[in-house]
Design a protein around this ligand. Structure first.
Ligand code: GRF
Length: 221
């Protein structure tokens, strides 16, 4: 029996990750149903995407609240009113309070455009590029009370090339975000995620080849 997981999506901006989740559901690849999308930004393009796909959208503008707890409580109430089981932070640019984290314990996933724990926080792709790393990538993790610190579910690694700019690197990472986020949600829907301490065990997956990557490639050794 397929289990369909009821998800709620938090967005602040363009919502291309939101779109990839919509697309995978519509193509029958992802066992999830988007109950509601919540945006803290009334002008987020993600809201247009919701409209196009007849997904209920709620704007909760953080500027209208006295403090973070009040704002988060409103989001909790909305998500609960749509019976959301799993919360997906898809480019949601607000830090969640402990109140929110406790309302959905290990039921909040976030995507971060770097290989955690490197480059936590904002502008991760640009900071990785400026640092001069040879590889970067993205991570999906469960949210905890820190910023980009929760247990990691899946990561994807991409190379950085000599002729990259921060923008081309960002685009390469984003293409992978669009693949690993639906995958992480699908693992959850299939009951494959077990959390032990800060480790997420993904059950029954193939072992990847033990092939070290080098960038630039080794020429002799
Ligand atoms: C993504 O790079 C995500 O990793 C970061 O914010 C960006 C959101 O992009 N947290 P989008 O709104 O999904 O297009």
């Amino acid at each position: 029996m397929r289990k369909i997981v009821d998800i709620g999506i938090l967005v602040s901006g363009s919502g291309s990750n939101f779109q990839s989740i919509i697309d995978q559901i519509e193509q029958g690849n992802l066992d999830a149903s988007i109950k509601v999308v919540v945006s803290n930004n009334p002008d987020a393009y993600a809201l247009e995407r919701a409209k196009k796909h007849n997904i209920p959208a709620v704007v909760i503008d953080h500027n209208n609240f006295n403090d973070r707890n009040e704002f988060d409580q409103e989001m909790i109430d909305v998500l609960n009113s749509y019976s959301v089981e799993l919360v997906i932070m898809a480019g949601f640019m607000r830090i969640l309070t402990p109140l929110f984290i406790k309302a959905f314990p290990m039921r909040i996933m976030n995507i971060h455009p770097a290989i955690l724990p490197s480059f936590q926080g904002i502008h991760a792709q640009e900071r990785a590029f400026d640092y001069g790393v040879k590889f970067s990538g993205c991570s999906v993790h469960f949210a905890d009370e820190g910023v980009d610190t929760g247990p990691v579910i899946i990561q994807s690694v991409v190379p950085v090339y000599n002729d990259d700019t921060a923008e081309t690197l960002q685009q390469r990472i984003l293409r992978e975000e669009h693949r690993i986020f639906p995958q992480a949600i699908q693992f959850y829907a299939e009951g494959k995620l077990e959390i032990i301490g800060r480790k997420v065990i993904v059950k029954d997956h193939k072992r990847i080849d033990e092939t070290p990557l080098h960038n630039p490639p080794l020429t002799k050794f």
